[in-house]
Design a protein around this ligand. Structure first.
Ligand code: ADP
Length: 475
């Protein structure tokens, strides 16, 4: 299928084989795509040593060189867009059109940080006495380690590795055991683009806990960046405390999507379809709690029901598919449990919940959801739209904020004063106003509360990999 399919870890610019293997499965068929080498302890240590050596070499590069290397990487990723997208659909399951979109989006981070590499400006500070000259400038943090999830196997990698390289940091990545193939292909292409050897290492492992411990315990690793669930992120933060590492955490969300009675309903429904069903609902920014003002509830439901019913659920390689399989059968079981709990507690179901085979889940609408139900509090991570009616603006703002998470939130309103009030009142890191798809390499992505620390993308994304050094000179 692909000339970019590799089965080993990638360390110091070379593939690294081991004797232990595990299968990477196609979520649509649950058949093995390939057996990959499972990294051993020696491999993890080699990657740390390689990254340490690469950091020394990176110190002798300048921002323009790193920018040009990143641009070559960007061009290679775009050149191999179709192959990478097919690889992604194969190991992750998402519809091919979405995989193609993710390659553009993921490559966008490389291009953006190739440009930002040249702009890590410092400051000249007005001194407080005539004998002093005060400056501050930016330097790379050093060796970075990162762990990424399976839901966006390219974009979650490029939004970390590209700013790290732009800043002059070397990187050790442990991608999800479910989607390591895209990560290895990206590292191979980065090497072809001329990355300093050892500046981008990929450790393929099904023992995330052990590899995570080795990376967080290492004194050489100076920064740790993670995207995944809040539970694992909080554990990794504890592990990073012993060596006082810099950290960035992109964790879980529980995004509210509010439709006010003055909204353009057709627009709102289009936005909701995108915010809910992209990647079969498997995104931390996916709309999770859909609040609809009671006076428009029936109209919204009558408009959205046929749209949800017409979504095509199939293998991501099929023509016109909208919903691919969930990542693995357990993910579908979790969705089913959340739906059943809601129905047991009085919610109503619209849609066909008869079992499809394997990890395929029909899209559903669950109405009359209340705060007693698990589906209100947990990320569904599946194609299930949960509807909660509300009456007043103050009530919905309080409900929307009353969760421990604060990643993305969306609302539809045509009332300018309300747009300001709600944008300012929502306790979330990212807000979509009359828009259901907001992720963009040029803008800061990240959460508040238990949704994380730090920002990826935007000019802020580079700072996550830079230290600020203050220099006071007496003359
Ligand atoms: P998900 O449930 O969406 O897979 P996780 O947070 O479990 O989210 O996984 C995200 C990433 O974290 C994956 O690469 C996974 O291998 C890794 N991971 C899971 N558990 C641990 C752990 N205890 N220590 C380090 N990494 C982990």
């Amino acid at each position: 299928m692909s000339n970019l399919i590799f089965c080993d870890s990638f360390i110091d610019g070379e593939f690294y084989k081991t004797n232990e293997h595990f299968s990477v499965n196609d979520p649509a068929t649950q058949q093995s795509i390939i057996e990959v080498s499972d990294i051993d302890e020696q491999g993890v240590n080699s990657a740390i040593t390689a990254a340490k050596g690469a950091f020394v070499k990176l110190k002798n590069t300048n921002a323009t060189e790193r920018s040009e290397t990143l641009m070559r990487w960007y061009e290679l990723v775009i050149k191999h867009k179709q192959t990478l997208a097919e690889l992604m659909t194969k190991e992750q399951g998402k519809p091919l059109k979405e995989s193609l979109g993710e390659i553009d989006y993921g490559a966008g981070f490389i291009k953006w940080f190739a440009e930002e590499a040249k702009r890590s400006y410092g400051d000249v500070i007005p001194p407080t006495d005539n004998n002093h000259r005060l400056t501050s400038f930016k330097q790379p943090v050093g060796v970075v380690a990162g762990i990424t999830p399976w839901n966006f196997p390219v974009a979650m990698v490029t939004r970390k590795v590209a700013p790290a390289y732009a800043a002059g940091c070397s990187f050790i990545l442990k991608p999800s055991e479910h989607t390591p193939l895209c990560a290895i292909a990206l590292a191979y292409l980065a090497d072809q683009a001329g990355f300093v050897k050892g500046a981008f290492n990929v450790l393929v492992s099904q023992d995330a806990k052990t590899v995570g411990k080795m990376l967080t315990n290492s004194h050489i690793v100076r920064k740790f960046t993670f995207t995944g669930s809040t539970g694992v992120g909080s554990q990794l933060l504890k592990q990073c405390a012993d060596t006082v590492k810099r950290t960035s955490m992109e964790l879980g969300g529980n995004a509210p999507f509010i439709i006010f009675d003055n909204a353009d309903l057709d627009d709102a429904i289009d936005g909701l379809m995108a915010a809910k069903f992209r990647n079969s609902g498997q995104a931390c920014v996916a709309a999770n709690r859909i609040f609809i003002q009671r006076s428009i509830l029936d109209e919204v439901l009558s408009k959205i029901t046929p749209k949800v019913a017409s979504l095509k659920v199939a293998n991501g390689f099929e023509e016109d598919v909208d919903i691919g399989p969930l990542i693995y059968p357990k993910a579908k079981e979790k969705v089913q449990q959340l739906v059943q709990d809601a129905l047991d507690k009085g919610a109503d179901l619209i849609g066909d919940n008869s079992s499809l085979g394997g990890s395929f889940q029909n899209p559903l609408i669950v109405t009359n959801v209340t705060t007693e139900m698990d589906i209100y509090h947990e990320e569904v991570f599946g194609p299930v739209l949960t509807v909660i009616p509300f009456d007043e603006e103050a009530e919905v703002l309080s409900l929307a904020n009353d969760v421990p998470y604060g990643l993305a939130a969306y609302f539809y309103s045509q009332n300018l004063k309300q747009v300001y009030r709600i944008s300012e009142g929502l306790e979330f890191g990212m807000i979509g106003v009359n828009e259901g798809v907001i992720s963009n390499p040029v803008a800061p992505f990240g959460g508040v509360k238990q949704s994380g620390l730090g920002r990826e993308g935007g000019h802020q994304g580079l700072n996550e990999y830079l230290e600020e050094k203050y220099v006071c000179i007496k003359i």
